[in-house]
Design a protein around this ligand. Structure first.
Ligand SMILES: C[S@@+](CC[C@H](N)C(=O)[O-])C[C@H]1O[C@@H](n2cnc3c(N)ncnc32)[C@H](O)[C@@H]1O
Length: 293
């Protein structure tokens, strides 16, 4: 099953949409256009066996530091290719784990982005976070750098499921990260959960949804595990015999949607949920919902 992170989904990407096309598109951006910036940080400190994202495990800072320098150049290159200085109303930091960056490197990249683009006053700046590695200092640096939304990876709150995917993350760790972020002034919180994981039962999924709800996020994403071991070699560590079958996956997905509806979340598309007064839910109600990363 493909992942619907991007549209068109990755299997539909074509090599003939190459650098030249990208440069031409950038050159055609008008000053009156608004734009979103996406920063990808392809590094993590440990491999989660379910991971379908573009990342690499590092235990030294040098590769991250080198990458940060290239990102800095990329900001200038992209901005220099666009004729005017368009307004940025959305920035997303994805990964990997963007909070692997040192606080000073994160801040300096945000400063570079602000130097080269005009940020809307109410620009949303969102960052994907692994609660196991974020520090209180980083939470405060994120807030100072203008981050407004934190997207927290939880996946599941049952020890046996987390063990089956090599992600040991006690509930208190997630709770502590959210407290640090809120205390630092980052109010918009999203929690990522997954269903269809190895040895994950319906009770496990619903328990995770309820525990996530207790942390009062304004949004939740509940992704169906995409098992693509022919693309992601580390997924071969997952015991396929322990994976829920297609029927169980559909049942889990339906149960998640019902439970979150009971908790007063609105379902947005396939796998996102938001509080009724959240921008996403309001946009959906008014037919203004648009796809972004
Ligand atoms: C790009 S990852 C970054 C997560 C962050 N590094 C962390 O450790 O929490 C964002 C989300 O993608 C989802 N994800 C990753 N691999 C997936 C897969 N194979 N199938 C479905 N969702 C997946 C997870 O829910 C994860 O939190």
């Amino acid at each position: 099953m493909p992942r619907y992170t991007s549209y068109p989904t990755v299997p539909h990407w074509q090599a003939d949409v190459a650098n030249d096309t990208y440069r031409d598109w950038l050159a055609a951006v008008a000053e009156s256009d608004t734009c979103s910036l996406y920063f990808h940080v392809p590094f993590c400190s440990a491999m989660c066996w379910y991971c379908g994202c573009h990342t690499k495990i590092v235990n030294r800072y040098q590769p991250i530091s080198d990458y940060t320098a290239v990102l800095d150049q990329e900001v200038a290159l992209v901005a220099g290719t666009i004729p005017g200085v368009p307004v940025v109303n959305h920035v997303h930091w994805g990964g990997g784990t963007p909070t692997m960056l040192l606080p000073e490197d994160f801040s300096s990249l945000m400063e570079a982005a602000r130097r080269h683009f005009r940020f809307a006053e109410d620009a949303e700046v969102a960052v994907e976070i692994d609660p196991r590695t974020i520090t209180k200092r980083m939470a405060s640096a994120l807030s100072k750098a203008g981050v407004t939304r934190a997207s927290i990876g939880a996946q599941d709150f049952n020890a046996h499921v987390l063990k089956a995917v090599n992600r040991i993350q006690p509930y208190e760790i997630t709770e502590r990260a959210i407290t640090w972020l809120r205390d630092a002034g980052i109010r918009a919180i999203n929690i990522d959960l997954m269903y269809g994981l190895p040895s994950q039962s319906m009770d496990d999924v619903i328990r995770s949804v309820d525990l996530a709800h207790a942390l009062a996020p304004d949004r939740m994403a509940v992704f169906g595990y995409a098992h693509v071991p022919w693309k992601m070699a580390h997924q071969r560590m997952i015991d396929e015999a322990a994976l829920p079958d297609s029927l169980e996956r559909v049942t889990q997905s339906d149960a998640v949607a019902s439970r979150l509806t009971e908790h007063d979340y609105r379902q947005i598309g396939l796998d996102h949920f938001a509080r009724p007064n959240d921008d996403l839910a309001v946009a959906m109600e008014h037919g203004r919902l648009r796809r972004n990363f």
